[in-house]
Write a protein that binds this ligand. Structure first.
Ligand SMILES: [Zn+2]
Ligand SMILES: [Zn+2]
Ligand SMILES: [Zn+2]
Length: 180
């Protein structure tokens, strides 16, 4: 006796409805956006990303990796680098799938810094950015833009505490005046 047997419903009917509601065309898209979520979870028209029961503010639909199984890529972004949904998704997929993930996943981007003035070959590191591609520090504000920056492009923003404070304050002012 299954749990569903306690329901006064028709299983064949359930099967039919499930099939009708399922959306097969996008399911074959195994690409992951730089926001860390499947491209298939982005609205085809508006590009808005809705990975699960929450919305992702992704403003830059940019497929970066193709994976054998997209279901590990549904985390929230908690910051840059290790805290980013893309990094965490890859970590979880690799833990769950092991060598199979390694063998079948493939990058869709070149291993270069995305700063147009740099373009240096680099390991990838997802940085949470403002809409002008300037790095967001540890602000709670999620602007929906992620970029891959090399180590030196990540670090130039750490020039001084004062500079960081000034930038934070400017960002805070802009964000509070923007919300009307
Ligand atoms: Zn996205
Ligand atoms: Zn997303
Ligand atoms: Zn760089």
């Amino acid at each position: 006796m299954s749990i569903l047997d306690s329901f006064d419903v028709d299983q064949d009917e359930l099967e039919l409805i499930d099939r009708a509601v399922r959306q097969p065309p996008q399911r074959n898209d195994k690409r992951i956006c730089i926001c860390g979520h499947p491209v298939s979870r982005h609205n085809e028209v508006t590009k808005a990303c809705r990975p699960a029961r929450f919305s992702c503010p992704c403003k830059r639909l940019h497929p970066v990796i193709e994976v054998p199984d997209t279901r590990y890529f549904l985390s929230r972004t908690l910051g840059s680098g290790e805290k980013h949904a893309l990094t965490r998704g890859i970590f979880m997929a690799r833990n769950a799938m092991g060598d199979d993930f390694e063998a079948r996943a493939k990058w869709l981007v070149d291993m270069v810094c995305e700063n147009p003035e740099c373009r240096k070959p680099t390991k990838l590191f997802p940085i949470k950015c403002d809409t002008d591609w300037f790095r967001i520090y540890d602000s709670e504000k999620e602007q929906g833009v992620t970029c891959f920056y090399c180590e030196s492009c990540r670090n130039i923003y750490y020039d001084s505490e004062e500079a960081i404070q000034a930038k934070r304050e400017a960002m805070r002012l802009r964000n509070t005046t923007q919300t009307s």
